[in-house]
Design a protein around this ligand. Sequence first.
Ligand SMILES: *[C@@H]1O[C@H](CO)[C@@H](O)[C@H](O)[C@H]1NC(C)=O
Ligand SMILES: *[C@@H]1O[C@H](CO)[C@@H](O)[C@H](O)[C@H]1NC(C)=O
Ligand SMILES: *[C@@H]1O[C@H](CO)[C@@H](O)[C@H](O)[C@H]1NC(C)=O
Ligand SMILES: *[C@@H]1O[C@H](CO)[C@@H](O)[C@H](O)[C@H]1NC(C)=O
Ligand SMILES: *[C@@H]1O[C@H](CO)[C@@H](O)[C@H](O)[C@H]1NC(C)=O
Ligand SMILES: *[C@@H]1O[C@H](CO)[C@@H](O)[C@H](O)[C@H]1NC(C)=O
Ligand SMILES: *[C@@H]1O[C@H](CO)[C@@H](O)[C@H](O)[C@H]1NC(C)=O
Ligand SMILES: *[C@@H]1O[C@H](CO)[C@@H](O)[C@H](O)[C@H]1NC(C)=O
Length: 862
Amino acid sequence: MEWSRSTSTCITAAVLLLLPRLCSPAGDKLTRGESLLPGETIVSNGGAFVLGFFAPSDAAPGRQYLGIWYNNITVTASTVVWVANRDAPVIIGEGSGGNSSAAPSLALANDTSSLVLADASGRVVWTANITAAMSSGSATGSTAAVLQNDGNLVILSPNAAKPLWQSFDHPTDTFIPGMKVGLRRRTRDDGVDGWRIVSWKGPGDPSPGSFSYGMDPNTSLQLLLWNGTRIYWRGTPWTGYPTVSRYHPATGTVIYVAVVDGEEEIYTTFSVNEGAPPTRYVVTGAGKFQLLSWNRNASAWTTLESLPGRGCSPYGSCGAYGYCHHTQTAATCRCLDGFEPASRAEWSRGVFSRGCRRSQALAPCGGGGEGDAFLAMPSMKVPDKFVLLGNMTSGDECAAACRRDCACEAYAYASLRSSSAKGDIARCLVWTGELVDTQMIGAFWGVTAETLNLRVPAGFTGKKRGTKTLKILLPVLASVLIVTCSVLVWFCKCRSKGKRRSSESEKKLVPGSVRASSELGEGNPSEDLEFPSIQFSDIVAATDNFSRECMIGRGGFGKVYKGTFLGGRVVAVKRLSKDSEQGIEEFKNEAILISKLQHRNLVRLLGCCTEGAERLLIYEYLANKGLDAILFDSERKSLLDWPTRFGIIKGVARGLLYLHQDSRLTVIHRDLKASNVLLDAEMRPKIADFGMAKIFGENQQKANTKRVVGTFGYIAPEYQTEGVFSVKSDVYSFGILVLEIVSGVRISSTDDIMGSPGLVAYAWKLWKEGNASDLVDASIVESCALDELLLCIHVGLLCVQDDPNGRPLMSSVVSILENGSVSLPAPDQPAYFAERNSKLQGKGGDVETSKNSMTMTVLQGR
Ligand SMILES: *[C@@H]1O[C@H](CO)[C@@H](O)[C@H](O)[C@H]1NC(C)=O
Ligand SMILES: *[C@@H]1O[C@H](CO)[C@@H](O)[C@H](O)[C@H]1NC(C)=O
Ligand SMILES: *[C@@H]1O[C@H](CO)[C@@H](O)[C@H](O)[C@H]1NC(C)=O
Ligand SMILES: *[C@@H]1O[C@H](CO)[C@@H](O)[C@H](O)[C@H]1NC(C)=O
Ligand SMILES: *[C@@H]1O[C@H](CO)[C@@H](O)[C@H](O)[C@H]1NC(C)=O
Ligand SMILES: *[C@@H]1O[C@H](CO)[C@@H](O)[C@H](O)[C@H]1NC(C)=O
Ligand SMILES: *[C@@H]1O[C@H](CO)[C@@H](O)[C@H](O)[C@H]1NC(C)=O
Ligand SMILES: *[C@@H]1O[C@H](CO)[C@@H](O)[C@H](O)[C@H]1NC(C)=O
C-alpha cells in the first residue's frame, strides 16, 4: 500500500475552522485537526479508491471538485464514482500552489463532526450534513472521515454504532457494488429517504443533469429512468426473486443483482464475482443507464449493458395496448393479442403513438363478468400503472379479483413465498386503465419476465392457437437454447511452464506431495496464483496415449480418461474438444475460481494443461463414477440401498448449498443431473462440472446437441432463456434428481410410467392420492425408512414446482433433510404435468409432434 504523501507535513491554515495549525491527512482517513488540500489524496486501505480534488477534463479552467475515483484506472482521465460539490466547484486561483492559506480545503468541523469543504476565501461550498439527532453526543476528538476500500466515504465516531454519514447514502451518477438504489419506507434520523442515481450535465460538468435512475415511489416494485420528471425507461416489475445473476463473457464478470424488501427500506443492490474487474452502473448525461466493466486486457471500460436499447424500448413507445417485441437483432411494435392497430396506415409507416384497440369487444359487463376469459402472454415485461392487490394467495384469486372488476383489463400473478418479509405470499397486479409500456423480453431477462393475462371475450379465437403452439414449443425451444449455451469451452492457458521438468509437475500429483489446493492462496484473488500445470507428455503417458481402455466417459465437452501418474496417483483427465474459442483471461479466472471452491461434496480440480490445441483438466478420480451408471442399471441399482441413497441426496444438497451460498460466491451449477454426481469408493456423492455457468460464453459456443439435450428433463420450466439464472433453477434440477434417486427411474425415460406421462407427473399423482411411498424403487423397499422416504418425495415435489419462488432455497432443503420438518407447505401441481395433461385432452396433432420431438432429443442424449 502506498500513501499518496508523507504523513508528517503540517501546514499553517487559516480556513473557516480557525484552527491554528491543520495537518495533512495520512493513509485512508481524515481526522479532526487535519485538512485535505488540492493535490493531496486519501487512499483507501486496500488501494482500490482515492479521495481528492479533481478537474474533469472538459471543465472550465481552475474549477475543481472533491471526488472519489478508482485508484489506478487512468483512461483519459480518472474514473470518478462520486462527487461532493457537484454544482459548486471550488476555484483554484493563481497563487494556490505556494500560498496554502488561500487554498480550498476539506476538514471535519469542530462542533458537529460534519465534513466541510471551504473555498480559498474560507466560504463553505459543501458540507456532509450530520443531523442533530445523529451528532448529539458523538462528536468527539477521535471522530474521523474514512475512505473504505469499497469506495464509501464514512464519518465514524467511536460513540456511534453506525457511521454518522456516508457517501453511499448520497450517490451521484455511479452505482457501485455495495451501494443501494431504492426507498426508505420512513425517514430515519440521518435524513436519508432513499437513493437515486443522477447523471452529470455533461462530461465536464458534474452538476446534476436531467436523467436519474431510482425506484418508482408509487409502487416500490420497479426501477425507472427519468428524463427530468418524465419516465424515459422502465425496468421489469419485481416478481419477488431475491437475486438474479448474469454472466458477461466479454470481461468475465458475473453480476449478482439482489432486491431487498425489508421492514424499513426496499432497494436493489449488486455485487460481482470475486476477482472480477471493477464494475459500475452509470447514468450518462445522454440518458443511458449503462453497466461498465474494466477490461484489464484492453485497459478500457467495456459497456456490457446499455438501456434503453434501440427501437421501441423507451417508455411507452408502442402506445396503449401495443408492446415492444424484442429480439436479439431488432425491436419493433406489435399489438397485444386480441388487439389491432388504432390506425393501420400510421402503424405501417412506423408511427406507433396511437397504439392499438380491441379487435373484438368485451361482452357488456355485469353479473361478475363470467362472459370473459383470460389469454396468457408469457415472457413479458408487464405494463405500467398497475394496482397491487394485497391478501392474495393464488393465481386463481388474482384472476377472480380482476374478473369481478368491470374495468380490469389484465392481471399478473407472482408468488412471494421465498422472499417477502411481510407475510404476503403472493403479488397480484391488476390493470384498470390503458396498458402502456409492455414489452416481450423472452430472450434475455429470464426470471424477471412474467405472464400477462389479458381479458378477452369468452369465445375469443384470435391468436389463441398461435400462443398455444408457442406454449407447446417452449420446452423444446428452451432445450435448444440451453444447447447453444452449454458446450464446455474450457481452455487452459495455465501459465505455460514449458521449461518445468516433468518430474516436478508430477510431484504435485503424487500422494503425499503438496496438493493443488494448498497452493492456491485464499487471500488476494488478484494475486498471480500458482495453478498447477501439467506437461502434455506426462498426461499421454498416464493415459496410455488416450487409449480406448482408459476412456471412462464422454460428453459434449470431450472425453474423460482415467490416468495413472508415475507415482501411482490416479486422476480423471478431461480432454476438451478442440474447437473452443474462449478468452485466455476468462478461462484463467474461471479455473482459479473453480479451484477455490472446495467442499467434500464437490469434485476437486487438481490441475490443467494446454499445449498447442490441447486443453486438458485434471480432476480427482472417483472409483464409482457417475450416479447414473449405477442408479439406472437394473443389475447394479440394488448396490444403492436406502440409507446410501438418502446419504447421496443429503450430500448433493450440501454441495449445492455450498455453491449457492456458503462459498462467498453464488455459483449456479446449471447442469445438475445424475451423471454429474460422481460417487467415491464409499458411495459418497461429489458434484462435478460445477462452475460451468462461469465458463459459458454465450456467443462463442459451438453446440453439441447430443450432450446437452440429454439433460432436458432437468431444465426448470422458466428456463427459456440464457443470460439470467437463479439459484432456483438449480433447485428444480435437484428436485428432479431426488425423484430419480427415490424411484430409480430416469427423468428422460420415454415410457409412460404406470399410465402417467413422466416421472414428475407420476410422483405428483401418487402424492395427491396419498400413495407417495409407492414411488420407491422396488429394489430397495426392504431397506427403506418410510419417514425419510416421504420427506424426500415431499422436498422433491416442492423443488420441481413451476413457480421458482415457491421452490425452497437449498439452505431450507438441507435443514429439512437433516432435521426433518413438522410442517412443510403442500407442493403445487407441477406445470409439465398440467400442460401435457391438457394437451392430451386437446389437440392430438400438437401432442404428437411436441412429444415426439422431446423424446427424440432425449434419446439422442444418451
Ligand atoms: C491496480 O493495482 C493493482 C495492485 O496494486 C495491480 O495489480 C493492477 O494491475 C493495477 N491496475 C491497473 C489498471 O493499473
Ligand atoms: C497569500 O499569503 C499571504 C501571506 O502569506 C497573504 O497576505 C495573501 O493574502 C495570500 N494571498 C491570497 C490570494 O489570499
Ligand atoms: C475547536 O476545537 C478547539 C480545541 O480542540 C477549540 O479551541 C476551538 O474553540 C474549537 N472551535 C470551535 C469553533 O468550536
Ligand atoms: C446541509 O444543510 C444546510 C442547512 O440545513 C443546507 O443549506 C445544505 O444545502 C445542506 N448540504 C447538503 C450537502 O445537503
Ligand atoms: C405516481 O402516481 C401519480 C398519480 O397517479 C402520477 O401522477 C405519477 O406520475 C406517478 N409517478 C410515477 C413515478 O409513476
Ligand atoms: C429529455 O427531455 C428533454 C426535455 O423534455 C428533451 O428535449 C430531450 O430530447 C429528452 N431526451 C431524451 C434522450 O429523450
Ligand atoms: C487479451 O489480449 C490478447 C493479446 O494481448 C488477445 O489475444 C486476447 O484476445 C485478449 N482477450 C480479451 C478477452 O480481450
Ligand atoms: C386481509 O385479510 C384479512 C382476513 O382475511 C382481513 O382482516 C384484512 O383486512 C385483509 N386486508 C386487506 C388489505 O384486504
